[in-house]
Design a protein around this ligand. Sequence first.
Ligand SMILES: Cc1ncc(COP(=O)(O)O)c(C=O)c1O
Length: 421
Amino acid sequence: MSFRRLNRHHANLAAAHLDRAAANEAYPAALSSHASQNFHPETIAAQAGGVADSTTGGLVPPIHVASTFIRDADNQYRRGYCYGRADNATVRQVEGVLTDLEGGTATLLFGSGMAAATTALLSLQQPAHMVAPTAMYWGMRQWLTEEAPRHGLETTFVDASSPAALRAAVRPGRTRLVWVETPSNPLWTITDIAAAARVAHDAGALLAVDSTVSTPVLTRPLALGADLILHSATKYLNGHSDVVAGAIVFGEAGRAFEACARLRGTLGGVLGPFEAAQLLRGMRTLHVRVRHQSAAAMAIAQRFAGHPRIEQLLYPGLPSHPDHGVAARQMQGGFGGMLSMRLRGGETAAIAAAARMRVWRRATSLGGVESLVEHRASIEGPESPCPADLLRFSVGLENVDDLISDIEQAIGADHFEQSEA
Ligand SMILES: Cc1ncc(COP(=O)(O)O)c(C=O)c1O
């Protein structure tokens, strides 16, 4: 997808609010597109799609802060911009890069991953039935359970690592969306995206994939048959724990895109230009970060699998993981930077081990340059299916030996002998 075509989609959108015929006549000058020249994703990301500022030649684009735009003398908006709640030029630049990284047709950026996800779901034709995984980001599950029914959205939760369970859960003609998250937070189960796409499409539904943990570096859901991709861009895409943002990438700029873009424009969930610029900066190093974090996570998983103080180590890169075969097929170049460990000694032992960590920082979230450890059940609450003895690890960019020795000292036999005494 070239930036020219992307800008055309946005101009068409502006036209919905303005004058469609006039907006179709002319579009903002297209940015040079690396994707249209078949450059590799690393090249697209590192050069932010090959952008250079048309006024100064700056290789870092300016931040467009205007909230309103000049109307042409004949009452049209030929430049494709009208008002900042619909979108802005900085947001469009980042959307263009992410579209090209995912091999999509259009992207919409939002003020958070949850804003992106909920806008996509609220834009479904109501009443709607959807299928979602039992193992998924807890905030999303909570919204689907507690809020979504008030908006005419009914959800059936299933084990999405089983295509048969997905097939049994869809209601042909009534299910509008199958939502999967792979790897899923915090158990890192894997959904076979191609199989899930077949199930969704056979039932007349769309498939949406939360690919936050995989990132376009490791998985390309659209190429496997998905229709929409969700990213909490707060995580790996930005990668520095200093932006909250979300994105939906569309395989086709059809009804789903139009409905979602219209709703973003009216609900006002668009990302601000400063955050968009910060996100673009983060995305330039996406590939080196994710590859390093995946390799380090694998080294940590291999070191602690079978450790006497660990009840179970959850990482899809290990051959012992039940979904390893599917993960190996649909993830390229690594299995991601997230893993979980269930500690012998239960919740008390897990919380105590996290408290002893000196390199791993005790905090929620994931995908940043600093490694994080979290006792996940504490944040998910009593309704959560997350085991109470589970610690979730987000691997950063520190020296992997420092990370391994920190876990070793935190779960080491000495502590257990003292607490067992
Ligand atoms: C897999 C996944 N999806 C979605 C979200 C929600 O994103 P945000 O916090 O940016 O709203 C999160 C947040 O932790 C997440 O981990």
